[in-house]
Design a protein around this ligand. Structure first.
Ligand SMILES: *Cc1c(COP(=O)(O)O)cnc(C)c1O
Length: 374
């Protein structure tokens, strides 16, 4: 929570995250709760604690340091580091805190094994394969050799073999999902023939909802759906994510309410000029609060259940909205940047589309503000 001393409050309903977890679990397999990036802005420790109480036995975080923070908070579950050890000091952290790091190449593997030998401790690892993201991972061609190397390394135990889907949320690209699934199945077969035993894991949220029947494998890594976003909203497959509940809303306060006469402009650059007499509210939120300047003249907020449009440029700590015709609007009133009641509620996908991004980024950024748990 690096943003302090502002009026924004990001409210998190942990019970909704737990409800989403229960829903995702109904698809079968082990659900690994992805709580990287401070649980997508929802708060690492609060989120993981609630999920652990609901029976979740496996968490995925980003860096080794993030995993260490979760372990130090008292989490005794399996903690998988999706970034894996990047720097040599991460190897030590992984071993000391008993994390399960993603390992994506031979160099990283031998460096960790060497560190284990030096410390006289074994480590469990998750082997990461590239089946179509071309980001990180061993290739299919390396699988046989990898099984041999692991077999000859006494300090490492393989807990998981995984890969990541590039297009699971795009119904127009399900062919590519099948291609990745087939490649991953061949890789797992090669590794098992080579003597390894492990949990296989391919699916992310969209994979769980749309593809668990065909390529569910043993463990599924749930991120965005855990936080209540339906990856298929607006598509023919929308029904797959029915029942998911958003868990984050962000509120702030009105600073001032005043008239804007016809012909007058508002905010920097005069990017909005009133075509009629208007009434405007000045809101205590801006790009310093991780409320994007890209929302200038684009976005909406929710005031007392109504959508109110942003007027002109979003400033560093202030933004103007149109409240013409709304009664009883006063300085100090609460306004929703995300969420809200009634027909004007701002859903994560709505805000993301005005913002020119995806709900993932909206959560990570608004989650930087002071949080409250409700
Ligand atoms: C972030 C992440 C996930 C979760 O993806 P969602 O689309 O949020 O479900 C799963 N696997 C890996 C490797 C990730 O980095």
């Amino acid at each position: 929570m690096p943003i302090e001393h502002n009026y924004l409050r990001t409210r998190v309903r942990v019970a909704n995250i737990v409800s989403n977890y229960e829903l995702l679990r109904q698809n079968g397999g082990q659900v690994v709760a992805v709580v990287k990036a401070d649980a997508y802005g929802h708060g690492l420790i609060a989120t993981a604690t609630a999920l652990a109480a609901a029976g979740c036995e496996s968490f995925a975080i980003g860096s080794a340091a993030e995993g260490a923070a979760l372990r130090d908070a008292g989490c005794s579950a399996a903690i998988i580091s999706l970034l894996g050890p990047v720097l040599p000091e991460d190897d030590e952290l992984v071993i000391e805190k008993g994390l399960i790091p993603f390992i994506h190449d031979f160099e990283q593997l031998s460096r960790l094994a060497e560190r284990c030998r030096a410390m006289g401790r074994t480590a469990r690892v998750a082997l990461k394969f590239d089946t179509g993201m071309a980001r990180l991972g061993f290739t299919e061609a390396q699988a046989e050799k990898l099984a041999e190397v692991i077999g000859a390394t006494p300090w490492l135990e393989v807990a998981m073999v995984s890969s990541h889907l590039a297009t699971a949320d795009d119904p127009a690209a399900f062919d590519f999902v099948a291609e990745q699934g087939a490649r991953f199945a061949r890789i797992c077969q090669t590794l098992r023939r080579g003597g390894l035993t492990f949990r296989a894991s391919l699916c992310n949220s969209a994979g769980i909802l749309a593809h668990a029947g065909s390529i569910g494998f043993d463990a599924r890594r749930a991120g965005i759906a855990l936080y209540g976003v339906n990856p298929f909203a607006g598509s023919d497959h929308e029904g797959l994510g029915r029942g998911l509940l958003p868990a984050m809303e962000t509120v702030t306060r009105l600073v001032s309410v005043h008239d804007l006469p016809r012909g007058a402009s508002i905010s920097y650059g005069r990017a909005f000029v009133a075509e009629r007499d208007m009434r405007v509210a000045i809101v205590a939120a801006g790009y310093a609060d991780a409320y994007s300047r890209g929302l200038s003249n684009q976005g909406f907020m929710c005031l007392a259940g109504r959508r109110v449009p942003i007027l002109g440029r979003v400033c560093m700590q202030l933004t103007a909205v149109d409240v013409t015709g709304l009664a009883d609007v006063r300085p100090g009133d609460v306004i929703h940047l995300l969420g809200g009641d009634g027909p004007g509620t701002v859903a994560p996908d709505d805000l993301a589309s005005w913002w020119g991004t995806i709900a993932y980024e909206v959560f990570c950024l608004l989650g930087l503000n002071p949080r409250e748990y409700v």
